[in-house]
Design a protein around this ligand. Structure first.
Ligand code: UT7
Length: 310
């Protein structure tokens, strides 16, 4: 038995912040943002909507999609660097809101690689036979930690949530292989004190190298080759980084998920948000081999090779 995704949902705030809006707020241009990052617009949550509200909405949809109720959940893992409070965790807040009475709950901090860390943690509990259904949420309200006077970072990020219910699936489906990693020596390149600080060039170099390497590594571990890949879902930080990963896997453009132009970098939420987008677009189909790969502050990274389906 493998662990796989048995239900999925997302929440995106309604308010759209376009590059043209940012031009009025700081010294930047639509042209610079589009050519350097691929981003055209991003979603921004209103003051009344915090991280746990977005996580809750996405989780409700994932449970419905799985045909399960909150009481079926054994564990809730929320990957976020923008929790409502240092504690209680967002996971505990949504445990209460969902009514997931028997679920254990915790948040994990692995920045933009958080969703990969969350899924792989859930996999261990499920494949170890300890838990059956684990809710994994990637959610961020980055707009509350962005310095709106720093054009180096303010143009990049967006808010949103994606959630999956993971559970046992057949041997041929679900997670086939994974890789997780961290390099704390790079912590200084991307961190939050009051606001997000980023050494863009350093993170860029790391990301290009790591996204390619981790994608290749998970394929090898799964006993698959580049030709077996049906779809690549990279963390949506910057189209130039994503393109480098795609080229390393020698995939045609239509085999890579691209949502960065619509939602910007939503950190831990970007991969599940993209999966929902591609399911809606009909680009992910039953039995497809999918590679997901993320990187982020820490520095952290993670990749999964999976076969879609229950
Ligand atoms: O999820 C993980 C989080 N982080 C990332 O994935 C980010 C990784 N890094 C990147 O995506 C890129 O490094 C950036 C998009 C952040 C920057 O692109 P770049 O090609 O590395 O640009 P740069 O940092 O080399 O800056 C080029 C120029 C600089 O001007 P000077 O020093 O050459 O005069 C910047 O001041 O662009 C300037 N610049 C801007 N200009 C207009 C920086 N931000 C902006 C802006 N608008 N928003």
């Amino acid at each position: 038995m493998n662990a796989g995704i048995v239900g999925i949902g997302r929440y995106l705030p309604e308010k759209i912040l376009r590059n043209a809006d940012l031009e009025k707020m700081m010294d930047t241009s639509d042209e610079w943002i589009r050519t350097r990052t691929g981003i055209q617009e991003r979603r921004i949550a209103s003051d009344e909507v915090d991280t746990s509200d977005m996580a809750y909405e996405a989780s409700l949809k994932a449970l419905k999609d799985a045909g399960l109720t909150a009481e079926d959940l054994d564990l809730i893992i929320v990957a976020t660097v923008t929790p409502d409070y240092p504690f209680p965790s967002v996971a505990c807040m949504i445990q209460e809101k969902l009514g997931a009475k028997k679920a254990a709950a915790f948040d994990l901090s692995a920045a933009c690689a958080g969703f990969m860390y969350g899924m792989i943690t859930a996999q261990q509990f499920i494949e170890g036979g300890v838990y059956k259904h684990v809710l994994v949420v990637g959610v961020e309200k980055l707009s509350k930690i962005v310095n709106w006077e720093d054009r180096n970072t303010a143009v990049l990020f967006g808010d949103g949530a994606g959630a999956v219910v993971m559970g046992p699936v057949g041997e041929e489906h679900g997670i086939l292989a994974f890789e997780l990693g961290a390099d704390g020596t790079g912590a200084k390149h991307l961190y939050q004190d009051e606001y997000i600080f980023m050494n863009g060039r350093e993170v860029f170099k790391f990301a290009v190298r790591q996204m390619g390497e981790s994608s290749i590594n998970v394929l090898e571990k799964a006993g698959l080759s580049k030709e077996d890949v049906d779809f690549l879902i990279p963390h949506q930080a910057n189209i130039r980084i994503m393109e480098a990963a795609r080229q390393r896997l020698e995939l045609p453009e239509e085999k890579m998920s691209k949502t960065v132009h619509l939602y910007g970098n939503t950190s831990a939420a970007s991969i599940p948000i993209s999966i929902v987008e591609e399911l809606e677009n009909g680009k992910i189909k039953e039995d497809d081999v999918i590679v997901m790969v993320g990187f982020g502050g820490g520095l952290t990274w993670g990749a999964i090779a999976m076969r879609w389906g229950k």
